[in-house]
Design a protein. Structure first.
Length: 316
């Protein structure tokens, strides 16, 4: 495993982050062995969310961490302030309520990195930044950022911080993969993939912000199961609806070709493409078995040339 550092987080952060959307608290015999295996492979960073499984996700992850006595060894990414069907919830009140809920569910004293799960661009950034700083000063969170926040809004928040003195966002969590998102899978999703986001990626590179990018395999589009020949069989899937385009099929064809040449799998190549980007990246993966995580981890060892990166994208 490779590790990086994140401003405010006191532990090394594994370069691959295990998502825990599959974790609940009802069947610990199913998810605890998975988390044990992933942790034993060197992954110490786990992505969670207040909204996942109606709170059972945080309770389940908390039960695993506490039962193993490893709170001082793991980095927990928490997310909150997600909208609900009735209203948008990126407010000081909702941020505070969700942080307190999450800590109670985890049975933790703090969350290592806290991300606002959605944004509401109609809300001024000042009160949001100030509220997050209050919780950081109280020790409830150690660092913070935004998930599905546009680069423009992250810039706005950090400009406010620079002008008024509080700590800025240190992380952003947009979608990013070899193929370009053409339709958001859920409302409010932000991607930095494709030609349209070149300036956003350049800004993140210039700023050195930590990027915890989600859906590295484009929801399954880059899993190796879908090909140009069987694409119609996947028509009802979310990844088909969100990523199917002629340009993305061309990228998929090239991924199969280069993966075969290198003797690796398409998912390994897709993840390696991310890890070889000139960005401070920590890709989120959602392995459902220890063996799947082990196979994905091999991407950390794969080096791609600039020519190969550009060829995969179709820009060579």
């Amino acid at each position: 495993m490779q590790y990086g550092t994140v401003s405010g987080v006191t532990k090394p952060v594994s370069r691959l982050v295990q998502g825990t959307v599959m974790v609940g608290s009802a069947e610990p015999d199913m998810y605890m062995p998975l988390l044990d295996d992933v942790f034993e492979q060197g992954c110490n960073t786990f992505d969670t969310a207040h909204i996942y499984n109606g709170g059972e996700n945080e309770r389940g992850v908390g039960r695993w961490v506490n039962s193993r006595g490893i709170r001082d060894k793991v980095v927990i990414i928490g997310k909150g302030a997600h909208h609900n069907p009735d209203r948008k919830r990126v407010t000081p009140y909702d941020i505070t309520a969700d942080i307190c809920d999450s800590l109670a569910r985890f049975k933790f004293d703090y969350i290592d990195l806290y991300l606002l799960h959605r944004d509401d661009p109609s809300v001024p950034v000042g009160p949001i930044v100030e509220t997050l700083n209050e919780h950081m000063k109280a020790g409830r969170i150690h660092a913070f950022g935004g998930s599905n926040w546009s680069a423009a809004r992250v810039r706005e928040a950090n400009t406010y911080a620079a002008e008024h003195g509080p700590t800025p966002f240190v992380a952003s969590s947009p979608q990013f993969s070899l193929v370009e998102m053409i339709q958001e899978p859920w409302e409010g999703c932000i991607s930095i993939g494709g030609p349209k986001s070149v300036s956003d990626r350049a800004w993140y590179r210039e700023q050195g912000l930590h990027l915890f990018t989600w859906s590295a395999l484009a929801g399954g589009f880059l899993s190796g199961r879908l090909t140009r020949a069987n694409a119609s069989e996947h028509a009802e899937t979310l990844y088909h609806q969100s990523y199917m385009s002629p340009a993305n099929l061309d990228r998929l064809d090239r991924a199969f070709e280069l993966a075969k040449k290198k003797g690796i799998t398409v998912p390994q190549l897709a993840l390696a493409w991310l890890l070889n980007q000139p960005l401070n990246l920590f890709p989120l993966v959602a392995a459902y078995s220890g063996e799947e995580f082990r196979m994905l981890s091999k991407a950390l060892e794969i080096k791609l040339t600039e020519e190969e990166l550009a060829w995969l994208e179709g820009s060579a």
